[in-house]
Design a binder for this molecule. Structure first.
Ligand code: IPE
Ligand code: IPE
Ligand code: MG
Length: 239
């Protein structure tokens, strides 16, 4: 008989580096943007699977600060895609109890994207089934840099005693303040690197890298990843 998994076998917070859209497009002799478009259904499937499994926080790395260096056409295409997805999925998010949030430099995003995001964030803020966190114009080092600038200002103003700075103090200045750290980090398309993603927050995350390209990643792949997580022995430096 199937035994109910203990709650700790399910990560509370899953973070995903959605990689491989370009290679998927190349494999199918399509322009890179078609790969990004194809990645949209993977997002839908993974969001649904996360809720089915009882994951409470899902962070998706959708666009890094470094990604601004890509050809203008690709950046514009991605921004258009993002705007469309937010607009078209807003009703569904409301229905499913999803709260949309973002981390990253929202001020870098085109006005039209920002407006769509702000509306969706406002309209879904009371939902509690799943926090869907999009990392947009996100960079971990810039996040930490901005946090240190804010901390420095507080110290200079005499509002913060440097001796009283704790790990929690630093965490409270990051984009992720108030969110639990990711328990599980998934990267698709086989690259063994973290690409400036949540460097502070993943200090004890379990890491899972799959060769599957993001547009091919579906519910079954997500379940397989969670099964792998359930078998991990998280020691946090203990024995
Ligand atoms: C990930 O796919 C999506 C973004 C970074 C926006 P890539 O576009 O990086 O795909 P590859 O790595 O070139 O295959
Ligand atoms: C990481 O993928 C960023 C996102 C998935 C949004 P990249 O394709 O940009 O990272 P690198 O270039 O492989 O490190
Ligand atoms: Mg890539």
């Amino acid at each position: 008989m199937a035994k109910e998994k203990p709650a700790s076998a399910i990560p509370q917070h899953v973070a995903i580096i959605m990689d491989g859209n370009g290679r998927w497009a190349q494999k199918h002799h399509l322009p890179r943007l078609s790969g990004h478009e194809a990645g949209r259904k993977s997002v839908k499937q993974v969001v649904q699977a996360a809720m089915d499994h009882g994951v409470r926080y899902l962070t998706l790395y959708a666009f890094s600060v470094e990604n601004w260096q890509r050809p203008r056409e690709e950046v514009q295409g991605l921004m258009g895609l993002l705007r469309g997805v937010i607009r078209e999925e807003l009703r569904e998010m409301g229905k499913e109890g999803i709260r949309l949030r973002t981390i990253g430099r929202q001020q870098d995003l085109p006005e039209a994207v920002r407006e769509e995001l702000e509306r969706a964030i406002e309209e879904t803020k009371a939902n509690t089934r799943l926090d869907l966190i999009l990392a947009l114009s996100y960079g971990s080092r810039v996040e930490i840099t901005e946090a240190m600038q804010a901390l420095g200002r507080e110290v200079k103003a005499g509002k913060l005693d440097p001796e009283k700075i704790r790990e929690e103090t630093i965490a409270s200045y990051l984009y992720t303040h108030g969110m639990p750290d990711p328990d599980f980090l998934i990267r698709t398309s086989g690259e063994m690197r973290v690409s400036n993603f949540m460097l502070w927050q993943i200090s004890y995350a379990e890491i899972y890298v799959t060769p599957v390209l993001w547009p091919d990643f579906g519910k079954k792949d997500f379940s397989d990843a969670l099964a792998d997580y359930a078998g991990r022995d998280r020691r946090f430096g203990g024995v």
